[in-house]
Design a protein around this ligand. Structure first.
Ligand SMILES: [Zn+2]
Length: 190
């Protein structure tokens, strides 16, 4: 892994350890911190994750204003708007690390698991996207969520020339994360 990406990852995991241990220490969460950033931002990572109200990257990584460029949509499915947001983070803000972060008890994964293989009657684009990795053997929607991080990583690179080239040139790395609700810990999926 490139050095800058490893450094960002170490900072995120250290922050997550603080969160898990109940010793969160981010100082940059007040209005003064925001005022200092009024003319620019230099986030250390882009987090691509779900809109789920229990997944709050700044809290779980013990971070504050200006630290994380967060792209959220239900299920963290990689659609065009998500893709372009990640491109912005890598190409314009120069983040060295992108984390695709899935989580326990994800509503989109649950709905896809319950509905498979029927035609989705709601959340069509989201569910179709998850169907790609489901088969009748897949038992647990948490396992689907975990496996789906690999699909997301591949899609980011496959569908974006900007990301593919930047990745090829060693400008950033993509890691897969999984948030456990029983502990608050983010596991790196390899
Ligand atoms: Zn979710």
């Amino acid at each position: 892994m490139i050095e800058a990406a490893q450094k960002s990852l170490d900072i995120l995991l250290e922050g997550n350890k603080n969160f898990v241990n109940g010793v969160s220490s981010a100082k940059n969460r007040d209005v003064d911190a925001l005022k200092k950033l009024q003319n620019g931002q230099a986030p250390i990572a882009c987090i691509v994750t779900c809109s789920d109200s229990r997944v709050i990257p700044e809290m779980i990584f013990d971070k504050g204003f200006g630290d994380l460029f967060v792209v959220r949509c239900a299920g963290a499915v990689i659609g065009e708007n998500v893709l372009e947001s990640v491109e912005y983070a890598v190409d314009h803000l120069k983040v060295p690390l992108v984390m695709v972060l899935s989580h326990d008890d994800c509503g989109v994964m649950k709905a896809a698991k319950a509905m498979y293989p029927k035609e989705p009657d709601h959340l069509e684009l989201l569910i179709r996207s998850v169907y790609e990795i489901i088969d009748s053997e897949t038992e647990c929607y948490n396992e689907i969520a975990r496996n789906y991080t690999l699909t997301k990583k591949r899609k980011l690179l496959k569908r974006s020339k900007i990301l593919r080239e930047a990745h090829h040139e060693g400008k950033f790395e993509i890691v897969r994360g999984y948030l456990k609700f029983d502990s608050g810990a983010v596991e790196i999926v390899s």
